[in-house]
Design a protein around this ligand. Structure first.
Ligand SMILES: Cc1ncc(COP(=O)(O)O)c(C=O)c1O
Length: 396
């Protein structure tokens, strides 16, 4: 019976039954009261997920990449300078997208496995005496390497340099799964998509826009039409949409947001942290290093695991899928063939994670990896047993 196992790719993630069912709804007239009545409360709840009081919420029928494009084209002008760190596939792609729009990108290059470096950002901003850098771009969670960057520290670095650039954060694989505090961290544009922490089908870019970023839209000279945030904000404020909204996705998003808020965002973060630590315990037991260089960089939504010398991680992910019908994330870009990734975000439990760990172990043993069958499972079980009680007590 194929197709019944959970996926362990870092998005798109497993979709809970309640969300799948919520999306299976008949068409409505999107100009009628049902849509108008849904969107205001939904956006209020989304603000709670971004942890922002005043952000404008913008959703486009797009994936996360459309959110990146919207963030820059709505706030910047051709030739504008932006500062970005590059330390993985997704930070690299965002830089490419900026260049294709004619932006002048100053890149801070770091080894893959490192996180965005606040000290170097502060130095670059301090050196920009005429303050021509208009935005700092940060990938909060580099999905290719399983690295979390410290956005709060980057905000402090920007403040220390006394620099007014906008702070744009890619939270595609962190928002709604890992701690994210838009207001507290002074984030101006927070970009995500529907298919990861929100546990939803792919197809919606979700962006939160600070009042400062909204003000920047008036002077922005890059062209935008379909992704124009001003039209989107004006239309949704009236309970409408500038074009046909993806209603079934909205119905799913409503269910997803309710599910997240019922669990509570702090509990969502704690669940992800606990499961991630279980996966990391397994990885340690296998004797394999993570791609992330140091513990403070470890992502709670995805672990990128370095395979031993002489092994090709693409063979491992292919074998796991062909033999056990389980998908793990392949290595991307500079770490292709060298890492495989276990995605542990979204609709994920400790029990599901154990099945992924057990399958990874079987696949590695099949291919002759020097890992002891059962070692990772046992290490994760020990972690989950030791940390289960407080969670049960909390639920009670
Ligand atoms: C951190 C990050 N940014 C951006 C993207 C691109 O998003 P999408 O594939 O939804 O366009 C991804 C996709 O995996 C991602 O992980």
């Amino acid at each position: 019976m194929r197709g019944q196992n959970p996926v362990f790719i870092p998005g798109p993630t497993n979709i809970p039954d309640s969300i799948r069912q919520a999306m299976a709804v008949q068409t409505i007239d999107h100009r009628g009261p049902a849509f108008a009545g849904m969107i205001g409360p939904l956006f209020d709840d989304l603000r709670r997920i971004f942890d922002s009081r005043d952000a404008a919420i913008v959703t486009f029928p797009a994936s996360g990449t459309g959110g990146w494009e919207a963030a820059i084209t709505n706030t910047l002008s051709p030739g504008d300078r932006v500062l970005a760190t590059r330390h993985g596939m997704f930070s690299r792609r965002w830089i490419d997208l900026c260049r294709r729009h004619g932006l002048d990108v100053e890149v801070i290059d770091l080894p893959w496995g490192e996180g965005a470096c606040p000290e170097r950002i502060e130095a670059a901003l301090a050196a920009d005496r005429s303050q021509t850098i208009r935005a700092v771009l940060v990938t909060h969670n580099e999905t290719a390497t399983g690295v979390r960057s410290d956005v709060a520290a980057i905000r402090r670095a920007m403040d220390a340099a006394g620099h007014p650039a906008l702070l744009m954060v890619d939270g595609v694989s962190s928002i709604a799964s890992m701690e994210f505090r838009m207001d507290e961290w002074g984030v101006d544009l927070a970009v995500t998509g529907s298919q990861k922490g929100f546990m939803l089908a792919t197809g919606m870019a979700i962006v939160a826009v600070s009042p400062r970023a909204k003000a920047a839209m008036a002077g922005a000279g890059l062209s935008r039409a379909y992704l124009d945030m001003r039209e989107m904000i004006a239309a949704t404020a009236q309970g409408g949409y500038p074009y046909t909204p993806p209603w079934q996705l909205f119905a799913g998003l409503r269910a997803s947001v309710s599910l997240l808020l019922e669990e509570g965002m702090e509990a969502v973060f704690a669940r992800h942290a606990r499961i991630a630590e279980g996966v990391r315990a397994a990885v340690r037991a296998w004797g394999l290093p993570l791609c992330a260089a140091r513990p403070e960089l470890f992502s709670d939504s995805v672990s990128a695991i370095v395979v031993p010398q002489g092994f090709d991680s693409a063979r491992l992910t292919d074998h796991a899928f062909a033999t056990y019908d389980v998908s793990f994330g392949a290595g991307l870009g500079e770490v292709a063939g060298r890492v495989f990734r276990i995605g542990h975000l979204g609709a994920m439990t400790d029990v599901m994670a154990l099945s992924g760990i057990a399958t990874a172990e079987m696949a590695m043993a099949d291919l002759g990896y020097p890992v002891t069958l059962g070692s990772g499972v046992a290490a994760a079980q020990a972690h989950f047993r030791a940390t289960a009680a407080p969670i049960r007590a909390k639920a009670a």
